[in-house]
Design a protein around this ligand. Structure first.
Ligand code: USQ
Length: 395
């Protein structure tokens, strides 16, 4: 039974990941400071449905499965708090047994402010994003360096670090020949928001830690994720992950599904030719699991481009409109002035071999997947607040 620490265990990916690993008999501890929930309250962003707090969810999970997910609430921007997970001096907020399970074999690091629009509201939200994301990553890196050097750090990076270059996006690294000599470097990064820029800085920090202290790191270049249901959440709807459909924390596919169901035109930004990788939430869980059971060596920064397919915003909108109309919803598409500064027509070819080689079995963005997602969302149709769908945070 391996011992896994999940930072950001209350979030969109953190909680489903905790259940997924707990179901596979890992000893899971989650830590969170409710950042996402608190920011939603502060800005007035309703979730699609009420989500029980972390303690209530862990209790419910334990009641249904007999598996314990230990919960610790607090802010890992505090270095001593972060270090407590490696010294054993932990004050569990909720646990069945308060005994320390030992140093984690792996830490899965989701604990960042994850929204590009939030980071672009003003200098205050920008500062917060930079400080929070970098201090948390640095605290983790030092805790592992000082107290648990064999721990595998799995960090959620983002495809947005690469931007949209006019050449193929390689898997993390680029070999360069210059004046007759060759070397391998991190693939050039050029992000499109302050949030995405903090992810570049995270990668740089951890790459430094790998070079200096032989840390073991996997960096997952994650693309926008969509979906709600996972095998584990099917046990009870109160185990469903946090679901945002607002402009700040909602990702485009989840947003468009809610918009389609509620009769709000699908808000395609600009020309809609923006191409990104996309991944189903179940594939995210599987790829993190595959990274966990196939750990890199000491002194290795391993990078995976974590996507299963690429789509333009127009392709997403067209597919969702088609299915929505078939299901009887009045769904239209509206091209609106792009509040972001990004290329709206561009080359996009991403190499993503690493996870395929490890054996991932992808769920693609099919008509059936869209239908199922709509069926889930429509149950909560009466909760949808249309005024939070588009706020127009400008870059
Ligand atoms: N978009 C629209 N209309 C909308 C919302 C979005 O056209 O109503 C467009 C955006 O302009 C963008 C694309 O859809 O071109 C994707 O936007 P998004 O909001 O789904 O995703 P993004 O802001 O890039 O961020 C999300 C997550 C972030 C993660 C990132 C992966 O919030 O945490 O890191 O996806 S990636 O985009 O690959 O960097």
């Amino acid at each position: 039974m391996q011992n896994i620490l999940i930072l950001g265990g209350d979030g969109y990916l953190g909680w489903p990941m905790a259940m997924y690993l707990s179901n596979k008999k890992y000893k899971v501890t989650v830590v969170d400071n409710y950042l996402r929930r608190n920011l939603c309250k502060e800005i007035g962003l309703n979730l699609l449905y009420e989500v029980p707090n972390l303690i209530e969810r862990a209790r419910l999970w334990y009641g249904l499965t007999g598996f314990e997910i230990k919960v610790v609430l607090g802010d890992i921007q505090n270095p001593e708090f972060m270090r407590s997970f490696f010294t054993g001096d932990i004050d569990y907020t909720w646990a069945v047994s308060r005994e320390y399970s030992g140093n984690p074999e792996a830490v899965i690091h989701f604990a960042e402010m994850p929204s590009a629009p939030y980071s672009m509201i003003d200098y205050k939200t920008s500062n917060f994003t930079i400080v929070n994301n970098l201090i948390v990553t640095n605290n983790l890196m030092y805790a592992v360096r000082d107290l648990s050097k064999d721990t595998h750090i799995i960090k959620l990076g983002t495809m947005g670090e690469y931007g949209t270059p006019n050449i193929d996006i390689e898997e993390g690294w680029l070999e360069i020949e210059h004046k007759g000599r060759k070397d391998k470097f991190l693939y050039p990064r050029q992000a499109g928001s302050i949030y995405h820029t903090t992810k570049i800085m995270d990668t740089d920090l951890l790459w430094f830690g790998v070079r200096m202290w032989d840390l073991k790191v996997t960096d997952l270049m994650q693309c926008p994720v969509y979906g709600v249901e996972t095998e584990e959440s099917k046990l009870n709807e109160h185990l469903n992950t946090i679901f945002n459909y607002d402009e700040i924390f909602g990702t485009v596919i989840n947003r468009f599904i809610v918009q389609a169901v509620s009769g709000y035109p699908l808000t395609v930004y600009g020309k809609g030719g923006q191409t990104r990788g996309y991944i189903n939430i179940n594939d995210t869980l599987e790829s993190i699991y595959l990274s966990l059971i196939n750990a890199p060596n000491k002194g290795e920064l391993r990078i995976f481009n974590q996507l299963t397919e690429t789509l333009t915003v127009n392709e997403i909108a067209d597919r969702i409109q088609l299915i929505a109309q078939k299901m009887g919803y009045d769904c239209s598409i509206k091209l609106i002035e792009n509040p972001r500064k990004e290329k709206e027509e561009h080359y996009y070819n991403v190499i993503h071999k690493g996870l395929t080689d490890l054996g991932i079995k992808p769920h693609y963005f099919t008509n059936e997947i869209v239908e199922r997602l709509m069926d889930v969302v429509v149950k909560y149709k009466n909760n949808i607040k249309k005024d939070i769908i588009f706020k127009g945070v400008k870059w």
